[in-house]
Design a protein around this ligand. Structure first.
Ligand code: GDP
Ligand code: MG
Length: 441
């Protein structure tokens, strides 16, 4: 994937600007590359469309090539899709004993992951854990879990020959209650592929114990089939998360991406080896990096963006100290607010300004409104932006109309600018090295 992408982006770097056609050409290749990394077709198509919208018209950061910029945009979007809500490692294990059901195909790594999770809960969270094998089809499977249990110092439910999976699950529940366990993990049997009997069995077990978490364990090296498996299990028992195993191998993570995109289920953990401590909580950035394989470029663009933001902030500070605050400055502030999703821009960091930011927030200033205000500023001429005092009646009408808004809205914007400008002047008078500088630290 990375070779293919490098080729595309090398070609992009030869051109000066990131035109719509360039983005399109590059993303056609990205789509093919995603498919090669085992991302499913509809997911790849959808993803490319989203990136296309984001990339076109986006300014290219100074000192970064257009190609590098596209890499960063693709990367960010991969991360956005992969990121679930909340902490992936936080399992719902309040209300002891909490049942956790492990499901998946045979050989996916269920038994191994059951041991790893048990160890993690015991060592990191000090939980009392009980494990039970429901794999009645292969006697060796039950022994496998018992041996793991001894190895990591976690109890396993004693094996009763001839018992049915649902009965084992019920016995595990009883034992967990009586024994004062916080959590009990149920390691189910898998099949080489989805079949009716297996699904029915998993469903019965799920109904018998009402698991707090149902984790689907999937081999990270499998491709497309992983998405179908995830959908089937989710439809039948409702999975609450995915564990990707064998990510110590050279799997690209394309399956993870598709599963996430299609089922919307969070990826919780990643298996990185056969040992009992080879389990980590899922990190979207890392998987995105594997899918794209261009971490160095992403880091480079991020650094360039940071540098520019710091330079901009400093330039702005110097202007403010001189009491200069025109519409261009205001526009930059508004844009920053949109980007940061709130009032915590440079403005929020300044004493006095923080209060105003709160007021604006209270007045219902949201993304949409900020964008409307930016549109008003964009509708002004260069001279008007530098000197808003020029904006009298007829000019006001023109500007408002240009932005498709009412003059009253423009008046509100001008008032806000005046207030901020006054405050800047006051603070500027407090002297260099005064409050402003203090606030920037
Ligand atoms: P189950 O049939 O789903 O219970 O799968 P197992 O837990 O028995 O695992 C099957 C094989 O995969 C075993 O040899 C495990 O040691 C191996 N395995 C499981 N997880 C990982 C992993 O994260 N990395 C590697 N390299 N091997 C793993
Ligand atoms: Mg097993």
């Amino acid at each position: 994937l990375s070779d293919r992408l490098s080729g595309v982006f090398d070609r992009l770097t030869k051109q000066g600007a990131l035109s719509e056609d360039d983005v399109k050409t590059a993303l056609r290749e990205v789509r093919v590359a995603l498919l090669e990394a085992d991302v499913s077709l509809p997911v790849a198509r959808d993803f490319v469309k989203k990136v296309q919208e984001k990339a076109t018209g986006q300014a290219v950061t100074k000192s970064v090539t257009p190609g590098q910029q596209v890499v960063k945009i693709v990367h960010d979007e991969l991360v956005a899709v992969l990121t679930g809500e909340g902490d992936p490692g936080a399992l719902k294990i309040d209300n002891p004993p909490a049942p956790i059901l492990m499901v998946g195909l045979q050989g996916g790594g269920k038994t191994t992951t059951t041991g790893k999770l048990a160890k993690r809960l015991k060592d990191r969270e000090g939980k009392r854990v009980l494990m039970a094998s429901l794999d009645v089809y292969r006697p060796a499977a039950m022994d496998q879990l018992a041996i793991l249990g001894q190895q990591i110092g976690v109890d396993t439910l004693p094996i009763v020959p001839g018992e049915k999976p649902v009965d084992i699950a019920r016995r595990a529940k009883t034992q967990a209650s009586l024994g004062g366990y916080d959590v009990y993990l149920l390691d189910t049997a898998g099949r080489l592929q989805i079949d009716e009997v297996l699904m029915q069995e998993v469903e019965d077990v799920s109904k018998a114990v009402s698991p707090r978490e149902t984790l689907l364990v999937v081999d990270g090296l499998t491709g497309q089939v992983a998405v179908e498996v995830a959908q089937e299990f989710d439809a039948k028992v409702g999975i609450t998360g995915v564990v990707l195993t064998r990510m110590d191998g050279d799997g690209r993570g394309g399956a993870a991406f598709s599963m996430r995109a299609v089922t919307g289920k969070p990826i919780r953990f990643v298996g990185l080896g056969e040992k009992m401590d080879a389990l980590e909580t899922f990190e979207p950035e890392r998987i995105a990096g594997r899918i794209l394989g261009m971490g160095d470029i992403v880091a480079l663009v991020e650094k360039a963006q940071d540098t520019i933001e710091a330079e901009q902030a400093e330039r702005m500070m110097r202007r403010f100290q001189k009491g200069q605050f025109n519409m261009n400055d205001l526009r930059m502030q508004l844009e920053q607010m949109v980007k940061m999703g709130g009032m915590e821009s440079v403005m929020g960091m300044m004493p006095g300004m923080g209060k105003m930011a709160k007021q604006m927030e209270g007045a219902g200033v949201d993304d949409k409104m900020l964008k409307r205000q930016i549109a008003l500023i964009d509708s002004m001429t260069k001279r008007e932006r530098a000197n808003p005092a020029l904006l009298q009646a007829s000019r006001k009408k023109r500007v408002a109309r240009g932005a498709g808004q009412e003059v009253s809205e423009l008046n509100k914007l001008l008032k806000m600018h005046r207030q901020m400008s006054d405050m800047m002047k006051k603070m500027g008078k407090m002297g260099k090295g005064g409050m402003l500088k203090q606030a920037m630290k």
